[in-house]
Design a protein around this ligand. Structure first.
Ligand SMILES: [Zn+2]
Ligand SMILES: [Zn+2]
Length: 302
């Protein structure tokens, strides 16, 4: 259960893709505190540090959702759970992920068997294998608990087929995460009238600069266009869905100094005039006043 302070969304990692650079943002992860539940959505590299920096004890995490098995969303799943365990985890954690998530977890447990077994013997810890339950999900109802319903919509992120947008609904709020997807109209129906839509986004100028820098630029650009969404199209989805607040996340590029927050805003404003926040690591959105992000709680990434 969450403590005092109200429901909130914290962007822990705001960049798309698995690479990290000096002083730059971390891959995708978010913390959601709503309906009395404490939830992690996606587990990119840095998620454990991000949860702690958000002022939340790792051992208090109750639910984890992985939208798909690209490494910028799942690389730190095992280390997050293991660090929660060595931080005193005693209550069960349920992890929802697409088909293949159980194998990811089993592989992690196998790789850490020495450490896990020795800590159980030496430190008297409960067996992490019994504390963590993996549930593989598909489209539709995923999780139902007091004041929380979670549903999933399969999105269009080729060549990945098991990739899901997630909708978290309490009596007070509806929060939707797009996951990774190309422009996908059904997402606007899924997110209809949501309080917050957290959507991935690419900046066209940034993508041109990014692909010009790499050796296989043409192929990279084709991949990006087929499986991710340009910012102007993100605005279209938000407008179709008539959401209260659009949050851009999974930014591509996220660490190009020539693509500023003003550039992102300018792209979106061609198609969306409503409340808008550009994601960055440590950004806090107070869900009790979802239409107005609390600027005092926002923390600039380094
Ligand atoms: Zn991604
Ligand atoms: Zn992906």
């Amino acid at each position: 259960m969450t403590g005092q302070g109200g429901d909130r969304l914290v962007i822990l990692g705001s960049k798309g893709g698995p690479a990290i650079r000096p002083g730059g943002p971390s891959p995708t992860a978010s913390l959601l505190e709503m309906g009395g539940h404490r939830i992690v959505v996606d587990c990119g590299l840095g998620v454990s540090r991000g949860v702690v920096e958000a002022g939340v004890a790792l051992a208090s995490i109750e639910l984890v959702f992985v939208t798909h098995l690209h490494s910028d969303h799942v690389l730190e799943l095992g280390p997050l759970l293991h660090t929660a365990w060595t931080s005193g985890l005693k209550s069960p954690v349920i992890v929802y992920g697409p088909e293949g998530t159980q194998a990811v977890w089993n592989g992690f447990l196998a790789s850490l068997a020495y450490d896990i077994d020795i800590r159980i013997l030496d430190e008297g810890r409960p067996d992490i294998r019994r504390l963590v339950e993996i549930r593989e999900y598909g489209e539709g109802l995923v999780h139902s608990a007091p004041d929380l319903t979670v549903t999933a919509l399969r999105v269009d992120h080729p060549p990945v087929t098991e990739c899901f947008a997630l909708k978290f609904k309490s009596s007070m709020q509806t929060i939707v995460f797009s996951s990774d997807t190309t422009f996908f109209k059904p997402l606007s129906e899924f997110a209809l009238a949501a309080d917050v839509l957290v959507h991935e986004a690419m900046h066209p100028l940034g993508v041109d600069r990014l692909t010009a820098r790499t050796g296989n630029g043409t192929r990279l650009k084709a991949h990006l266009l087929a499986s991710h969404t340009m910012a102007a199209d993100v605005g279209r989805i938000a407008a179709f869905a008539e959401v209260d607040h659009l949050v851009l996340n999974h930014l591509v590029p996220a660490d190009d100094p020539l693509i500023t927050e003003a550039d992102w805003v300018a792209e979106i404003r061609s198609t969306w005039q409503g409340p808008l926040t550009i994601g960055r690591d440590g950004l806090v959105i107070n869900l009790s006043r979802a239409e107005e992000p609390d600027m005092s709680e926002q923390r600039k990434s380094a």
